[in-house]
Design a protein around this ligand. Structure first.
Ligand code: SF4
Length: 207
């Protein structure tokens, strides 16, 4: 991989983990999750400091990824919500996919709520896989852990998943085992009803 830090003022724009290339494009979020490292005194994930002082451009992200065919997947991730920079995500995804990458977007599923319109059709042909943070089996538990800035976030996230099914072939929703009140079996049932995959996450394990 190209030295991403050199490309963006010594910041971690791209990092390699689990055979994937992770792209870190913002530290802004729609949620304020109590369990998030950045609200618990650290910006580090594994060996990487994900604090960004400047958001990388499309060209910096593409340069930092290098040859995407070296990875299983290129993943939009980081300690921020990638879809707050949706045009950048779509531009980078389109270019890297044309070079042979498989593209995964890790998201809170609130892009349509944030942008004020259904953005799921824009994912078609650019995003191969979505990993959406379901996080809870109901809005009460979700709001307690995730502290959304916008009202109606839980319902909007579910609707985002429903609509995205038409445009993204591989969708997984996730929840973190061990958080107070989170019922993993109930979360898995919601995934089942939505017709998408479910992944149980362990706190502090990224990817
Ligand atoms: S969505 Fe992710 S990065 Fe944002 S606050 Fe929650 S855990 Fe942290």
């Amino acid at each position: 991989m190209i030295d991403a830090a050199a490309l963006a003022g010594r910041e971690t724009v791209a990092y390699r983990l689990h055979g994937n290339c992770y792209l870190n494009l913002t530290q802004r979020c729609t949620l304020r999750c109590r369990f998030c490292p950045k609200f618990n005194g650290t910006w580090r994930v594994k060996d990487f400091d994900l604090r960004l002082h400047r958001e990388p451009s499309v060209e910096q992200l593409i340069a930092a990824a290098g040859d995407p065919r070296r990875y299983r997947e290129v993943v939009f991730c980081g300690l921020g919500e990638p879809t707050l920079r949706l045009p950048t995500v779509l531009a980078v995804a389109g270019r890297l996919r044309a070079e042979g990458a498989r593209i995964r977007l890790n998201t809170d599923g609130l892009a349509s709520l944030t942008h004020g319109s259904d953005v799921t059709p824009e994912l078609a042909g650019r995003i191969d896989a979505l990993s959406v943070s379901l996080n809870a089996q109901n809005p009460e538990v979700y709001n307690r852990h995730c502290r959304p800035k916008l009202p109606g976030a839980y319902a909007a996230m579910l609707e985002f998943v429903r609509r995205a099914r038409r445009f993204v072939p591989d969708i997984t929703v996730t929840a973190i085992d061990g958080l107070a009140g989170v019922d993993i079996a109930a979360c898995a049932e919601i995934a089942d009803r939505l017709g998408v995959n479910f992944r149980r996450r362990v706190l502090d394990n990224v990817g």
